[in-house]
Write a protein that binds this ligand. Structure first.
Ligand SMILES: [Zn+2]
Ligand SMILES: [Zn+2]
Length: 155
């Protein structure tokens, strides 16, 4: 299940491996994610921090400005500055790992598309994946096992 769920930065200094599949995968089309990636969206695997084994490197956090005032730190390789994951809201137990940094990014597909209101118009989404103009109710969408995992770290 965790085959292919290892990854790292562009220069190879940062290497990590998931100890399990993530709880849920977001594809976020918000303006912040577009700006911060320089791309159309970001794909984030939500996983417990203690299930991301850092095999090498020491990603450094950079604070992003946020409209909400809730903190958002993007962790980057200190050498090549590739962004490998985010921490939102000061929740150190939860990582948003950038799926594009996996060795096999095809190993994880989005479970939900969010902030579709700012999706770039040339992207056509699959009808089979839930999509929301803004955020969504995770209690309705996440598998029960994932909700239990999240409760275990965040209460
Ligand atoms: Zn690097
Ligand atoms: Zn976003």
């Amino acid at each position: 299940m965790t085959d292919g769920l290892g990854g790292g930065c562009a220069c190879g200094v940062v290497r990590y491996r998931f100890a399990s599949a993530p709880m849920f995968v977001h594809c976020c089309h918000c303006r912040d994610c577009q700006r911060q990636t320089g791309s159309a969206f970001v794909i984030n695997a939500l996983i417990e921090t203690d299930r991301v084994a850092i095999l090498s490197g020491d990603p450094e956090p950079a604070a992003m400005p946020t409209d909400s005032g809730r903190p958002h730190q993007i962790y980057r390789c200190r050498n090549c500055r590739t962004a490998v994951w985010s921490e939102y809201g000061g929740l150190a137990a939860l990582r948003f790992v950038r799926v594009g940094t996996l060795d096999n990014p095809a190993a994880l597909a989005p479970d939900v598309h969010i902030y579709v209101r700012s999706k770039l118009p040339w992207i056509t989404l699959s009808q089979s994946t839930p999509a929301f103009d803004a955020y969504y109710d995770s209690a309705k969408l996440w598998p029960v096992a994932s909700l239990e995992r999240r409760r275990a770290i965040l209460g």
